[in-house]
Design a protein around this ligand. Sequence first.
Ligand code: ZN
Length: 153
Amino acid sequence: MIVLNFDQINGLSDSAREHLLGPAAEKWSGGACTLPNGMKLVVLNPTHGRARTNATLMEEICHVFLGHQPNRLSIVTKDERGKVMARDYRKSDEEEAYGVGAAGLLPYAALKRLLVSGKTSRQIAARFRVSRELVEYRMKVTRLWPEYKSSAR
Ligand SMILES: [Zn+2]
């Protein structure tokens, strides 16, 4: 897998570039494609912060690792908050790649140890360079959430 800088993309018009980094910057996190030799190429949105980029890159790695087949055309869908987004894989594959990627970024043992020591989700997020949403998602899927919620922090 090769990760390209946005600046390394050739053949993108100035208007497309301005659109992707300007008005549309919030609407995409990364894109991937397969080269004729089977190698994956990933481009990450350079306007997003470190935490979001880490999650995007892990998700793309997991799609490849888990052998997910991309849709021929990306599906435009709405997320839970009603935000329109493009999806390149089946919904179940997206969930699986995000879940495995999040576990790679924030393993259970480390999460549990920090939670027991009284750290907040914000502190844990800063330590692991991920978003607070990712930390809380991990707490929920690992069933540490009730323990976290019941302790005053
Ligand atoms: Zn994905």
